[in-house]
Ligand binder design. Structure first.
Ligand SMILES: *Cc1c(COP(=O)(O)O)cnc(C)c1O
Length: 408
């Protein structure tokens, strides 16, 4: 059986050389700190590229989301509407502020927050004032609908654009649709600093607050004077050097990721599967991860508990677990879809709203079933494919053949 000598990864950093120049500069000038030219420069370049007035460089996307939640004025006990099918980092900052995430179901068109479910949520909880929304796998959410609903109910949007840097909706960059927005430079993202993130906003006062909070909330005084709680969330000038070297390659990375997506799409055209979808008229994703969804009728039996998975192989059919095992045997890395938050043990008691209304029964168990719980359905039938932009065409062709075999 075929096996790659060098592992083909899901998504790893792609360095170009210039990163070292800026890291070296930080070292040579001794700005080995959370102050320095690289930080100033990445803030300037990202705000220009994305088209927001202010960018605050932070230690991670998660810290950016935390400060965004604080800036939105979330208080202990508040309910906050959140994307349900996403990485836990989207919603954990709501808990840092002792507020309660209310999970909004996913739609099939983009795998993002369903505007119809959001509308249902506002009917159930009209007083909610903050919506945290992620653009999954680099595909923008349906912002026309989402923004209109939020406006109607006077709610503020926090956009989690950690996975979607460079993606656009109607020509406008993601990371600009919320009042406060987060991007990430984690090692697996479209460009990286090895770690790091940014808060993006058009609100000058908010940007200044975020800067102050991220550097321990020091007041303007001759000594360390504190009026409010602070955080050590500022980006390092060394990390900023890596990010600075990566920024010129964002478009190249997106083009590579798009080519990978298109090759998978072509390769799977005769299989009973679809790719992670987007609206070609309004959206240009950054194609961070290529994913596939197995048609319902082509799913073999698959059962998942909290920590294990089991399936029964069947001719003409497959399931994510079988494909992930085949990829692993090939020495390639795939991954299940982000397991929806409403299915996570730590969030099982939280409200979950579908397009039909509350997705929780009297026992607080979620109501599963097609068309009712879209997130659970995509999680059951979907998976993330190896999407590393250093993967060769030959390697990708072998991956495609291996996946085709799963359906024989
Ligand atoms: C990566 C990611 C984050 C967190 O970013 P970090 O920089 O790793 O803290 C948040 N949300 C989503 C959707 C992500 O994929």
């Amino acid at each position: 059986m075929e096996r790659f000598e060098n592992k083909v990864w899901l998504s790893t950093p792609t360095m170009h050389g210039e990163e070292m120049k800026y890291v070296q500069e930080a070292y040579d000038t001794n700005w080995m700190s959370t102050v320095g030219a690289n930080i100033n420069e990445v803030e300037r370049q990202i705000s220009e590229k994305v088209g927001c007035r202010f960018a605050v460089a932070l230690s991670s996307g998660t810290s950016a989301l935390h400060l965004a939640v604080k800036l939105a004025g979330v208080k202990p006990g508040d309910k906050v509407f959140c994307t349900d099918m996403t990485f836990a980092a989207t919603v954990n900052p709501v808990l840092y502020e002792k507020a309660t995430p209310v999970f909004i179901d996913t739609e099939y068109d983009t795998w993002n927050m369903d505007p119809k479910a959001l509308e249902q949520a506002f009917l159930l909880y009209p007083d909610v004032k903050v919506v945290v929304l992620a653009n999954l796998y680099g595909t923008p959410a349906k912002f026309d609908e989402i923004c209109a609903i939020c406006e109607k109910y006077g709610a503020v949007i926090i956009e989690d654009a950690a996975e979607s840097l460079g993606a656009t909706y109607q020509g406008r960059q993601t990371g600009t649709f919320g009042a406060y927005n987060a991007i990430s430079f984690n090692g697996n993202k479209i460009i990286t600093g090895s770690s790091g993130g940014m808060l993006l906003t058009d609100d000058e006062e908010a940007a200044n607050k975020a800067r102050k909070w991220s550097t321990q909330s020091r007041e303007n005084a001759p000594w360390y004077q504190h009026e409010e709680v602070g955080y050590n969330y500022r980006m390092s000038n060394v990390i900023a050097g890596v990010v600075r070297g990566q920024i010129p390659y964002l478009e190249e990375h997106i083009a590579q990721k798009k080519a990978i997506y298109e090759r998978y799409k072509e390769g799977f055209k005769d299989l009973p599967v679809t790719m992670n979808p987007y609206d070609e008229k309004t959206m240009e994703p950054n194609f961070w991860l290529s994913c596939l969804l197995i048609n319902e009728e082509a799913m073999c039996k698959q059962v998942r508990s909290d920590n294990e998975s089991c399936y029964v192989s069947e001719a003409g059919k497959s399931c994510p677990t079988e494909i992930l095992e085949a990829l692993s045997a090939l020495n390639a890395e795939g991954r299940p879809i982000w397991k929806p938050m409403h299915m996570q043990p730590m969030y099982r008691m939280h409200p979950f709203i579908t397009k039909e209304g509350s997705g929780r029964g009297k026992t607080n168990a979620y109501i599963a079933g097609k068309g009712i719980d879209v997130g659970a359905d995509i999680f059951a039938r979907g998976l993330c494919l190896p999407s590393d932009n250093k993967m060769t065409e030959e390697e990708q062709n072998i991956i495609i053949e291996v996946i085709k075999k799963c359906f024989e």
